[in-house]
Design a protein around this ligand. Structure first.
Ligand SMILES: [Zn+2]
Length: 305
């Protein structure tokens, strides 16, 4: 099936109250797992790469691999550049075959963010490619939290931002954080804010940093030698609620890394004579497929392809 843009799969998702999973990849096995899961669940899916995945594998190699595999799948797939921080990389991505890009200028003041995003939107839309932008700061492991209020997306600003940039999807900061975060107690999304943002902007909303690694998977990794700390993450019930309120794209990255790690550790311990990468990574691929299918069902996109 030919590739689609994010806009083509996210607009129906927002309209009908489900979300599409956007899964990060940097290798063959993860890509295989995502696509196999999407096909098994008959779900539209977004496969995305960060700039660091591009540094790891090279944009040409990644794109050739993902687009070749995606076109063979019988479900709609968008190939998305996640967190493009450098306009040069984003423009290269637009030229080379991504069907969707994110320009993340959220570290800049509002007006500058608008200017940068508007420039990218113009180039992308000329080629029929959709654009995600971010307003507010979604925290990462390396960030130092100062004031939550200053970081969260302001609904009024969101309205102005979407109107002036004409972006196709908006990543919002409502209480999630990137990576595996140590947190005291269960994180709580700011649903009142999310509701206001959804009422103010018509475009699909995007949730980053919504990882919730199954504690059993962390326990499994640790049983086979990992030293991962248990993390809280955003519980499934809160994800479901956010999707009902207008979140149409949910980014998933850390979850799959942990599943991969746990599966490889377990396989090597239980198969001490294994040496074929296809066997070792095959076990990881099956585990990741299972995890992706679970997320697809959680987000409500199963059967929507
Ligand atoms: Zn993100």
């Amino acid at each position: 099936m030919p590739l689609v843009t994010s806009r083509q799969i996210l607009q129906p998702a927002r309209k009908h109250g489900y979300a599409v999973g956007a899964f990060n990849t940097s290798n063959l096995e993860t890509t295989k797992a995502i696509l196999a899961a999407a096909v098994a669940q008959r779900a539209p899916v977004i496969i995305q790469t960060t700039e660091s995945a591009i540094s790891y594998a090279g944009m040409d190699v990644l794109l050739a691999m993902i687009t070749t595999m995606a076109k063979q799948a019988r479900v709609p797939v968008a190939v998305h550049l996640d967190h493009g921080k450098h306009p040069t990389v984003v423009r290269e991505g637009i030229q080379k075959g991504y069907t969707s890009v994110m320009i993340d200028a959220s570290h800049l003041p509002l007006q500058q963010n608008i200017t940068v995003v508007r420039g990218i939107v113009r180039s992308a839309h000329q080629k029929g490619i959709s654009v995600e932008a971010e307003l507010g700061r979604i925290m990462g492991t390396e960030d130092i939290i100062t004031s939550r209020e200053q970081l969260f997306t302001d609904p009024k600003e969101a309205k102005q931002f979407v109107r002036e940039t004409r972006c196709d999807a908006l990543a919002v900061a409502v209480g999630t954080a990137h990576g595996l975060i140590k947190s005291r107690g269960e994180p709580r999304l700011d649903f009142a804010r999310l509701r206001e943002i959804a009422a103010a902007v018509p475009v699909p909303l995007v949730l980053h940093g919504a990882s919730h690694v199954d504690p059993q998977i962390i326990a499994l990794a640790n049983r086979y030698g990992a030293k991962l700390r248990h993390t809280q993450g955003i519980p499934d019930s809160q994800i479901r609620k956010a999707v009902k309120l207008g979140v149409a794209k949910v980014n998933i990255d850390s979850d799959l890394r942990i599943v991969f790690d746990a599966a490889v550790r377990k396989f090597l311990k239980t198969h001490p004579r294994a040496y074929d990468p296809r066997d070792i990574l095959g076990a990881a691929t099956r585990a990741m497929q299972h995890a992706v299918e679970r997320k697809i069902r959680l987000l409500g996109s199963a059967g929507k392809a």
